[in-house]
Design a protein around this ligand. Structure first.
Ligand code: HEC
Ligand code: HEC
Ligand code: HEC
Length: 189
């Protein structure tokens, strides 16, 4: 038998680009769809699990300071029983921004955890204003989209609010975060 003198990648490329004699087109399509669906489901599960209070608050040593504060806040326990998860406020809700944001924030947080930039409460207190400013800028840029995902001020909802709240919310020209910072953590000085 004549030996194929081409390199391994060249031979692999030829195999990958020639039609299969063994598999029907239908079976290849089915394999593709199943693999694709599996990847989508796996991504959804990972995204959901890595946005929870349990994961974000405890997976990294560095997050214990904010997590302790979150547990004291109205968004953790309230009369309605609806609990906001870290990701509900901090991660965009739509695709593909959600995946892009998670990839960036995940890498930054992992490096920060390894370098120990906020490994002690002292270091955290010094760094928190700069971190909070970054979060405020995000909320200002998207008109507090993540707040509005839960708080939808329909006329009926407005009618149930205090006079003071209604006055500020009707014909709103500022975004939520400009009046309501510190809703899940202690607001930095
Ligand atoms: C996961 C849904 C969710 C998200 C996201 C969310 N909230 Fe809330 N928020 C709630 C719930 C539930 C309550 C408690 C309502 C109650 O039971 O009175 C609440 C309460 C509040 C209150 C009343 C506080 C008090 O002391 O009574 C304010 C103000 C508020 N949220 C602002 C915000 C802002 C600003 C954001 C964005 C940074 C935000 N919320 C994001 C669900 C959410
Ligand atoms: C111009 C400032 C301002 C803006 C902008 C603003 N709020 Fe408020 N909000 C207030 C004030 C003032 C109150 C009343 C607080 C009080 O009574 O102590 C209030 C009350 C609330 C309450 C409690 C409702 C109640 O009846 O007590 C919630 C929830 C809330 N705001 C969420 C939001 C969300 C979400 C946004 C963005 C869509 C937003 N606010 C935008 C000033 C503002
Ligand atoms: C209701 C919305 C909301 C929830 C829930 C929430 N955050 Fe925040 N977070 C904010 C806002 C708004 C800021 C900006 C500072 C401020 O206003 O308190 C912030 C700031 C931060 C900061 C910067 C440091 C600081 O104190 O400002 C970190 C870190 C952080 N959050 C992590 C978390 C983690 C981890 C969780 C879950 C355990 C969480 N957040 C839950 C809204 C939220």
């Amino acid at each position: 038998m004549q030996r194929d003198k081409r390199g391994i990648f060249s031979r692999l490329w030829t195999r990958l680009t020639s039609p299969s004699a063994r598999w029907s087109v239908l079976s290849l399509v089915v394999i593709g769809v199943v693999a694709g669906a599996g990847a989508v489901i796996a991504t959804e599960v990972v995204v959901a699990k890595t946005g929870t209070n349990a994961f974000c608050g405890t997976a990294c040593h560095s997050m214990q300071w904010v997590y302790a504060e979150t547990r004291q806040s109205v968004h953790y326990a309230n009369p309605s029983g609806v609990q906001a998860q870290c990701g509900d406020c901090h991660i965009p809700h739509g695709y593909p921004e959600k995946l892009w944001y998670k990839a960036k924030a995940g890498v930054r947080d992992a490096i920060g955890e390894m370098r120990g930039v906020i490994s002690t409460e002292e270091k955290f207190k010094q760094a928190r204003l700069a971190m909070a400013e970054r979060v405020w800028a995000e909320f200002k840029a998207n008109d507090s989209a993540n707040c509005r995902a839960c708080h939808d001020f329909t006329p009926a909802a407005l009618a149930t609010q205090s006079e003071k709240a209604q006055a500020r919310h009707k014909g709103r020209t500022k975004t939520c975060i400009e009046c309501h910072s510190g809703v899940a953590h202690v607001e930095p000085e």
